[in-house]
Design a protein around this ligand. Structure first.
Ligand SMILES: C[S@@+](CC[C@H](N)C(=O)[O-])C[C@H]1O[C@@H](n2cnc3c(N)ncnc32)[C@H](O)[C@@H]1O
Length: 207
């Protein structure tokens, strides 16, 4: 096996993630970072030619961040929000040219306004939405759609069979979601979901 400093850093980051999970399982949400296949699938949904920045929520040690950059997003067009200080430090070391915001994804709009970041084209989330209470989940998804353009997408993976955003939240925010990919080669297997606003009724569109 060949060793490189980047691979070595990634391995150390994975170990750090696991140790953090041991201490704060509820806050971190997963035992191990997303695998490459899942991260690549998430990143593939981003239109790299569209204008605007990509916001990643819950960057962890950067598995999805790395895939987003590999898929063609320029580092200056990627903003990662992560609430754990240690993970923010890992992200900033691994990806010195992206913007890492230490903060709570529930306050996304404020975080972006305070730092003057925007416009946003896509929000990619690695947050453990299903282990959050529905009010927090709704606040996060509403915050994401408040910064997205009309046709912008919120991408989220989940390990369970059901939508990671509840029916109640979908209907109160006027959004819909669809499964876009199922990744068997992930621990555990995961599904990628794409959420977008429901189109306005024709009567409103015509007005
Ligand atoms: C399941 S891990 C995913 C990490 C990485 N994106 C991946 O796929 O490997 C969830 C990450 O979200 C972060 N997180 C959880 N709740 C958060 C919140 N409210 N605001 C910001 N980050 C949060 C955790 O610290 C953790 O790094």
């Amino acid at each position: 096996m060949r060793f490189s400093p980047a691979r070595d850093r990634a391995k150390r980051a994975e170990l750090g993630f696991f140790l953090l999970w041991l201490r704060r399982p509820g806050r971190v949400g997963a035992l191990v970072p997303s695998g490459r296949a899942l991260a690549t699938s998430m990143a593939a949904r981003i239109d790299v030619h569209a204008p605007g920045v990509v916001v990643e929520l819950g960057g962890g040690t950067g598995s999805i961040t790395e895939a987003i950059l590999a898929a063609g997003t320029a580092p200056q067009d990627l903003v990662v929000v992560e609430h754990e200080a240690k993970l923010c430090a890992v992200l900033a070391t691994r990806f010195p040219h992206i913007q890492v915001l230490q903060g709570d994804a529930r306050d996304l709009k404020n975080l972006l306004e305070k730092t003057g970041i925007g416009p946003v084209k896509t929000v990619v989330s690695g947050l453990p939405l299903l282990s959050m209470d529905d009010r927090d989940c709704q606040r996060i998804v509403a915050g994401a759609f408040s910064v997205l353009p009309p046709r912008g997408e919120f991408l989220q993976f989940t390990y369970g069979p059901a939508s990671p955003v509840s029916r109640q939240t979908r209907s109160s925010l006027g959004i819909a979601g669809r499964r876009s990919d199922w990744i068997l080669y992930n621990l555990p297997p995961a599904t990628v979901w794409r959420f977008h606003r429901n189109p306005a009724p024709a009567s409103i569109r015509a007005a």
